[in-house]
Write a protein of this length. Structure first.
Length: 491
C-alpha cells in the first residue's frame, strides 16, 4: 500500500464529486472574500450615514438654541446641551434623557473661552448609571461613545433668549449629539445574515452545476471507455465514435482510434509474420524430414553422403532462420543501445571486402573509400547490417559489387551497388518487408530467408539512420545514411 493512501482515503474517487468539491471550495473562498469586503464597505457606509444623521440633528439643535428655544426631549438620537455655570443639562433627549433624568449633565462642560469645537466625531466618556435599564441597543451603562459637537455663545443671543434658556449672559452652550453605533451594526448584521444565506445557497448551486456539467462532459468519455473495453486482441477492429464538437474529447477519441489502428496493424503484422515464419520453417523441415525418412526406409539404396549433405544444408537454413527471427524479436523490443561505441564504417567495409567469401561466380567486390567515417553504435550490429546488404548484392550481381562511403554534412552515406537486374520501382519499399522475395529470387536455396533487408533496415533505424533503395539505370543501389559521430576535438 502506498504511504499516501491512508491520508487520501477520505478523498472521493469520482471525478464529478472531486470537481464539485473543488468548485465549491474555490467559490467559498471567493464568496468569503466578497463577503468580507461587503461587510467592511456596508459598515463604513452605515457609520457614515449615522454620522450624517447626527450632524443634521446637531445643526437643528443649534438653530433652535440660537432662537432661544429649548429642544424637546423626544427623538431617537441621544443628545445633550450643557452650559458653563450650570450643574444640570440645558436640554437632553433620546436615550440620554431616559438614562439620566433630572441629574447633572453627563457630557463635559465646555470652556468659557471662545474656540472652535470639533465637528468631526470625537469620543467622550459617559459615566455609568446603575439604575438605568436600557430598552434599546444603545447601552448607556458607561464607557466611551462617539459624538459630534458644536458651541453656541450667549453673547450672540438676546436677553430674552438667554432668560428662556436659563443660562448666564456670558455662558457657552455646547451641544453633544451621539453617533448611534447600533444603526451601522444592525445594518451590517442584517447584510451578513443575507450574505451567509445567499452564500450557502450559491455554494450548493455551484457544486450541483459543476457536478452535472462534468457528468454531461464525461458522457463521451464513458462511451469511449465502454467501447475501448470491448476491444480484444483477437478483434481489435472496433473504433470509438468521434464527437463533432471539436473539443478535447474529439482529440481524445481521435488519438484512441489512431492507437487502436496501430494495434490493429501490429496485430495483423504479427499474424502475418507468424504465418510467414511457420511457412518458411515448414519448407526446410519438410525437406529434411522427407530425406531422412527415405534414407531410413531404403538404407541400402541411399546415397548417405548426399543425404547428409541435404540434411546439413536444411539444418543450416533452419539455424539461419532461427537466428534471424531471434534478432527481429530483439529489434522489435526497441531496447536502446547503452554506451554506444564509435565505429569506423570505412574500416569495417574494407575488412569485409577483404574477408567476404564470394560465390563461384566471377564477382568483384571493391570499396573505393579511405576517408574515416565515424558513427555511434554497436560494431556487431553494423557488421550484420553490411553483411546483409552484401549477401543480397552477391545473390543478384552479375560481375561487380561496389561499396562507396562519403561524408555529407553531418551524415555518413554508404552505398552498396551491384550490376544485377535491379528492382522494379513499384517494389522499392516492398523488398524491405519480412519474408518478401521477388520473382527472380524465389528459390529458397539461393534466395535467403527473406529477412535480410528487413533486418538491415531495422538495424539502420535502431541507430537513428535510414536505409533506402535509390533508383539506378543498372542494378540495385542501397543507400545507408547514418548520423556522423563527432570527433574528440568537436566534443
Amino acid at each position: 500500500m502506498n504511504a499516501t493512501e491512508p491520508r487520501l482515503r477520505w478523498w472521493p474517487r469520482s471525478v464529478r464529486v472531486r470537481t464539485a468539491l473543488v468548485a465549491a471550495s474555490a467559490a467559498a473562498v471567493i464568496l468569503a472574500g466578497i463577503g468580507w469586503w461587503l461587510h467592511r464597505d456596508v459598515y463604513r457606509e452605515s457609520t457614515q450615514v449615522a454620522e450624517d444623521q447626527a450632524k443634521m440633528q446637531l445643526w437643528s439643535l443649534c438653530e433652535q438654541l440660537g432662537k432661544g428655544i429649548i429642544p424637546p426631549s423626544t427623538g431617537a438620537i441621544p443628545y445633550e446641551v450643557v452650559a458653563t455655570g450650570r450643574r444640570t443639562a440645558v436640554a437632553s433627549g433620546g436615550a440620554l434623557s431616559d438614562a439620566y433624568p433630572d441629574t447633572r449633565h453627563v457630557m463635559p462642560t465646555p470652556p468659557k473661552a471662545f474656540g472652535d469645537p470639533p465637528v468631526l466625531p470625537t469620543t467622550v466618556h459617559i459615566p455609568a448609571n446603575p439604575d438605568y435599564n436600557p430598552r434599546d441597543k444603545f447601552d448607556m451603562a458607561g464607557g466611551t461613545t462617539q459624538v459630534v459637537t458644536a458651541d453656541v455663545w450667549a453673547d450672540d443671543l438676546s436677553s430674552a433668549q438667554v432668560a428662556a434658556l436659563g443660562i448666564a449672559s456670558d455662558a457657552t452652550l455646547r451641544v453633544y449629539v451621539v453617533v448611534l453605533p447600533h444603526t451601522a451594526e444592525a445594518i451590517t448584521e442584517t447584510i451578513d445574515r443575507l450574505l451567509l444565506r445567499a452564500g450557502l445557497v450559491s455554494l450548493v448551486l455551484i457544486a450541483a452545476a459543476a457536478y452535472f456539467t462534468v457528468r454531461i462532459a464525461l458522457r463521451p468519455v464513458e462511451a469511449i471507455r465502454v467501447l475501448t473495453a470491448s476491444v480484444t486482441a483477437s478483434d481489435p477492429r472496433e473504433r470509438v465514435t468521434v464527437p463533432a464538437t471539436g473539443h478535447e474529447i474529439t482529440a481524445l477519441a481521435t488519438t484512441i482510434n489512431t492507437t487502436l489502428q496501430r494495434l490493429d496493424n501490429a496485430a495483423a503484422q504479427q499474424r502475418r509474420f507468424v504465418a510467414d515464419a511457420a511457412h518458411e520453417l515448414r519448407s526446410p523441415l519438410t525437406t529434411l524430414l522427407a530425406s531422412l525418412e527415405i534414407a531410413l526406409a531404403y538404407p541400402e539404396r541411399t546415397d548417405w553422403p548426399a543425404a547428409t549433405t541435404t540434411a546439413a544444408r536444411q539444418t543450416r537454413r533452419l539455424q539461419a532462420l532461427a537466428e534471424d527471427l531471434l534478432l527481429l524479436a530483439r529489434l522489435d523490443t526497441r531496447t536502446p543501445t547503452t554506451d554506444p561505441d564509435t565505429v569506423d564504417l570505412t574500416a569495417l567495409a574494407s575488412r569485409l571486402t577483404q574477408q567476404y567469401p564470394l560465390t563461384e561466380r566471377s564477382l568483384t567486390l571493391t570499396c573505393d573509400s579511405t576517408t574515416p567515417a565515424p558513427v555511434h553504435g554497436n560494431p556487431d550490429e553494423y557488421e550484420r547490417l553490411l553483411r546483409n546488404l552484401l549477401d543480397n548484392a552477391t545473390r543478384h550481381a552479375a560481375h561487380r559489387i561496389q561499396i562507396t562511403i562519403r561524408n555529407q554534412d553531418t551524415a555518413i552515406v554508404l552505398t552498396v551497388h551491384d550490376d544485377g537486374p535491379g528492382v522494379p520501382a513499384e517494389d522499392a519499399e516492398r523488398i524491405f518487408e519480412r519474408f518478401v522475395r521477388l520473382d527472380d529470387a524465389r528459390s529458397r536455396d539461393h534466395g535467403g530467408t527473406g529477412l535480410g533487408l528487413a533486418i538491415a533496415r531495422d538495424l539502420a533505424h535502431r541507430h537513428h539512420g535510414t536505409l533506402t533503395l535509390t533508383p539506378r539505370t543498372l542494378g540495385a543501389c542501397f543507400q545507408l545514411r547514418l548520423p556522423q559521430a563527432p570527433t574528440p576535438t568537436e566534443k
